[in-house]
Design a protein around this ligand. Structure first.
Ligand code: SDX
Length: 452
């Protein structure tokens, strides 16, 4: 049987060929051939060690098999660290709870892009540069008119963000650091404008141009909800809540959409096309589409007395229903973002005078019951970032169809930061996974007249 067993050699093990003395290593034993292979173990700042198997196929003729990447690190990154067991999320070493309560979104954007918090001058220059890129080319606005008015805003975003590639030939040399910098600022600056316009188009209202006298979140809310016919007041509490929601969605290690951006970018595709690929991946209800799915679920459950029925359905393997906003590939503890959003929900509902929002009460009761149920406890299924965000966004006046667009708006800085890190990596190469082929063995063509 082609069985390979692995044992990790302790510090006293012989160093792997070409390794140095202080590195750990594992030895793979191929029981079919009796051969042994040492592979280096690499240690990061935090988190699990990794076995460097880049030479595995060349040396052993084996591939690894890991659909869904349950045990695979696809890159080395300095940007975000998650400890799923402890419910820890840090950006460049700073805990998300501190950033969400003490920083603001553009400062977090600077941190993700530049590895350190900015000083006063750096932040001022960064914010000015972002403000200088908030408008869209007037030709780009015509793209919106090509969509049906009932088009899902995520469909519009995939199209319009990808179309940015057609407008910035002056900054598409991805190997030029200045072009990369301009592209990152354009993504951060234009995403709010493009998102707001997707909404305005869907309700038949005129586009509201960006206002550079407003902060990032206030400008976005103004473009979303102002109308030319009258002044619009941006509530500072809602702007703060919006800014916090963007921070909480900014980056999250190698999630599906970020991995999509990295793979798209590995072919040296331009950054706008890569971000559009990330938006497409995020749209799925198993990923960023879950916030919209949570609201649909809460509205479908309707009342507290129906919660047991849906908990039972979520546990029934023959029923495709899952408790949206619960569970996570990495977090086997409470998603730290959900905890902050739960508090933000209280603040926003208080500000809006809808403390008794029935959907929020239903969400909290659903959480309480699920977290007492052994099915969810045994599988460590806790609320994730999507569980409370929809309740807040709905209370703020966003339609459900915009929830994932707002996720994409926050996550765009994470995508572009990870894209820059990948392009700048000294061992950057195209991502090209292999497979376990289980199809037909070689066979020969049968002419039509000879087939049954
Ligand atoms: C995001 O990766 C990221 O970082 C993503 C994200 C980010 O910031 O980028 O955090 C954002 O995508 C959050 C997740 C949003 N999705 C949802 O809320 C959808 C509902 N959740 C599930 O679809 C699921 O939990 C996933 C997709 C999130 C995780 O799936 P996994 O890791 O593949 O886990 P699994 O499907 O193998 O589940 C393990 C067990 C299974 O039961 P058993 O086979 O052990 O009996 O848990 C069960 C699953 O059936 N399970 C659920 C469940 N989630 C998992 N059962 C009921 N309801 C659920 N929500």
């Amino acid at each position: 049987m082609d069985e390979i067993s692995a044992k990790t050699a302790g510090k006293t093990g012989t160093t792997p060929k070409g390794g140095d003395g202080d590195k750990n290593y594992v030895t793979l034993v191929d029981h079919t051939s009796g051969k042994q292979y040492d592979f280096p173990v690499l240690t990061g700042t935090h988190g699990p060690k990794v076995i460097d198997i880049q030479q595995l196929y060349r040396r052993t003729g084996y591939f690894t098999f890991d659909p869904g990447f349950m045990s695979t690190a696809n890159c080395e990154s300095d940007i975000t660290f998650i400890d799923g067991e402890k419910g820890v999320l840090m950006h460049r070493g700073y805990p998300i709870e501190e950033l969400a309560t003490q920083s603001h979104f553009l400062e977090v954007c600077y941190l993700l892009l530049h590895d350190d918090l900015p000083n006063q001058k750096e932040l001022q220059n960064f914010e000015h540069s972002i403000k200088m890129h908030t408008m869209l080319n007037e030709q780009l606005l015509k793209f919106y008119r090509g969509f049906r008015e009932d088009a899902h805003p995520m469909a519009i975003m995939v199209g319009v963000v990808g179309a940015l590639s057609a407008f910035f030939h002056d900054s598409m040399d991805i190997w030029d650091p200045h072009h990369r910098l301009v592209a990152t600022h354009r993504v951060i600056a234009k995403m709010p404008t493009m998102a707001a316009y997707a909404y305005k188009y869907s309700i038949g209202q005129p586009f509201i141009y960006p206002r550079n006298d407003l902060d990032y979140a206030s400008n976005f809310l103004n473009m979303m909800f102002a109308v030319p016919a009258e002044p619009y007041y941006v509530s500072p509490v809602l702007a703060r809540a919006m800014d916090r929601i963007l921070i909480l969605h900014a980056d999250h290690e190698q999630n599906a959409s970020t991995a999509t951006v990295r793979i798209a970018g590995s072919s040296a595709a331009n950054p706008f096309a890569c971000i559009a690929a990330g938006i497409a991946s995020l749209w799925g209800p198993a990923h960023g589409g879950a916030n919209e799915a949570v609201l649909n679920m809460l509205e479908h459950i309707g009342s507290v007395d129906r919660i047991p029925e849906f908990i039972a359905r979520a546990k029934d393997k023959d029923d495709p229903f899952r408790l949206m906003g619960f569970g996570h590939r990495v977090y086997k503890n409470y998603d730290p973002r959900a905890a902050v959003l739960r508090q933000s929900a209280h603040d926003v509902l208080d500000e809006l005078g809808i403390r008794e929002d029935p959907l929020f009460k239903l969400a909290m009761e659903l959480e309480r019951i699920a977290l007492e149920d052994e099915y969810f406890v045994d599988r460590k299924l806790f609320p994730n970032v999507d569980f409370y965000s929809g309740v807040i966004l709905r209370a703020m006046g966003f339609p459900k169809s915009m929830f994932t667009v707002l996720f994409a708006l926050g996550r765009s800085v994470g995508w572009i930061s990870q894209w820059v890190e990948m392009i700048q990596s000294p061992d950057h190469r195209i991502s090209r996974p292999r497979q376990l082929y289980t199809g037909h063995a070689r066979r020969h063509y049968v002419p039509l007249e000879e087939r049954d």
